[in-house]
Design a protein around this ligand. Sequence first.
Ligand code: PHE
Length: 405
Amino acid sequence: MKLRTSLVLGLLAIAAFSAGCGGAGGGSKSGKAEFVIGEYGSLTGSDATFGQSTKMGVELAMQELTANKGGKVGDLDVRAVVEDDQGKPEEAATVVQKLINQDQVAAVIGEVASSRSLAAAPICQGAGVPMVSPSSTNPKVTEVGDYIFRMCFIDPFQGTVMAKFAATNLNLKKVAILKDVKSDYSVGLAQYFTEAFKAAGGSIVAEAAYSAGDQDFSGQLTKIKAANPEAIFVPGYYTEVGLIARTAKQLGINAPLLGGDGWESDQLIQIGGDALNGAYYSNHFAVDNPEPRLQDFLKKFKAKFQKDPDAIAGLAYDAANVIFDCAQKLHDTDPTTFAGLSSAKAGTPERKAACAKLRDLISQTKDYAGVTGVITLDAKRNASKPAVVLEIKGGKKVYNTTINP
Ligand code: PHE
């Protein structure tokens, strides 16, 4: 018994020792020194296109890195580890812990939804691992700390864009709001829209709430209909928005729906159908923008995935490339510190120092020519970029206007 116990303990010790070595090897699958990046998103769940689009954007960036630079940054092979958080904030925190502790990633891409970025950002901040959200727009995300960045504009701007569009371009005075109370994004965007719309002389004639995952919106929309609004602002995600549009139509509501970037998914129109015609939403890009960098990206994306990218794919592609560029810059200017990004240095002071330098370089991102526009990060690690307003017409998203910050 005694002997068996010590044998088991001995085996455990060996297992722990080799896990430690594996750890020091940074989970290096090839046995070679690597620069491992992590990516987390909703590959499943009610907003699964968010995570899937992120993944496709990063895959295209990786494919180009392979074609142009042998898949390397400096002398390190780049590898991306992807985790599904199922669209749940708790799960986002869990998988990011795993990316950092087990896969020992040196940078993280994600999330799309602000509530999930907010759940995982403190973990990245605490570990000193830079996190770049492609598309979370709630201001609180980057306020978590100096290791947290985003490639997009924030909601005080986005809310103002749609409020001005409603007041000026559509000449509306009375708008109702239907928001997702479980989403930091939705609650924040509703508030920013309200402030800006009132400042523009409009009034909010009704307010109603739902929670992500709800299927029945007839109660809320009946109440809204009674207030007779000229439009309904729905700052939610595409699945609920599609269902809301259908219910509004069934209830005989003719006021158009207005929304934000959370509508951006090829599933939106599949779910909402022609009930969405006449609706408008703000977004990060329009595929009918002739800008050459964007068109080139669309062509490459279509060739790889046989469909148009959505804005998330573009932002994730930019996020991956900004990380690769900054890591390459670190290699070119300070190869000694750069070596700390290697999987072989996981958990060492060299790794910490390398991640800190990588963080510094990301924070200096200036005039980066992304496919979603020119990216300059401000002192709060947010990008100041124009927004576009798209109109849904005949089941298609059509560019309407660009609004500058
Ligand atoms: N901006 C949204 C959020 O912060 C996420 C999103 C971005 C959704 C872009 C779709 C497109 O939650």
